[in-house]
Design a protein around this ligand. Structure first.
Ligand code: 5GP
Ligand code: MG
Length: 173
């Protein structure tokens, strides 16, 4: 059966959600500086949109985390293949993720960040996919909640394809 692409969020939907998140974050961090740490590769588009709408000073860094498993389910084994480069000591860190599924990636990163002694750490995920959560992790800012399904577009890939699509789709067989 060919793959079906079912629309989930349009460009306008995405823009509205990003603005709302940026306003909340700017308000919560008023008079503070934040270090946005994006998880590569999926978060790069969301992070780029989000930081341009923040009204607080922001520095930007990335980690690359990969979880190996089947194409559409994470294995829970997380590997860090690119380390943080900024000094996070006494900084307010905002982890920026495309989508949280099992929660293993964020759990790994939150644990990993502790060695750098940040002042605070919060998590912003554009999509919270709830059905397969395995570890309870705090997600402070969520753009959109879905129950299940494999999503592509707006940074999200399938086999490294579809990342550049400006909308988000549910990929279905
Ligand atoms: P975790 O299961 O550790 O919470 O999520 C691991 C990673 O799997 C996410 O960072 C994301 O890259 C990927 N992932 C989880 N759900 C989806 C999805 O629906 N679509 C895509 N393209 N990637 C996903
Ligand atoms: Mg990811």
């Amino acid at each position: 059966m060919p793959l079906q692409m079912v629309p989930v969020l349009s460009k306008a939907d995405i823009a509205k959600k990003v603005s709302t998140l940026a306003q909340r974050i700017s308000k919560d961090y008023a008079h503070k500086e934040v270090v946005a740490v994006g998880i590569l590769k999926g978060s790069f588009i969301f992070l780029a949109d989000l930081v341009r709408e923040l009204t607080i000073p922001v520095q930007i860094d990335f980690v690359r985390l990969a979880s190996y498993g089947s194409d559409t389910a994470s294995s829970g084994k997380v590997q860090l293949t690119k380390e943080i480069e900024l000094d996070l000591r006494n900084r307010h860190v905002l982890v920026v993720e495309d989508i949280v599924d099992s929660g293993m990636t964020i759990a790994y990163l939150l644990d990993h960040l502790r060695q750098f002694h940040p002042e605070s750490v919060k998590v912003c995920a554009f999509i919270d996919k709830t059905e397969r959560r395995e570890v309870e992790i705090p997600i402070d800012y969520v753009g959109h909640v879905v129950d299940h399904g494999f999503l592509v577009g707006y940074g999200l890939d399938f086999d490294d394809k579809y990342r550049a699509l400006p909308e988000i789709f549910h990929l279905r067989q």
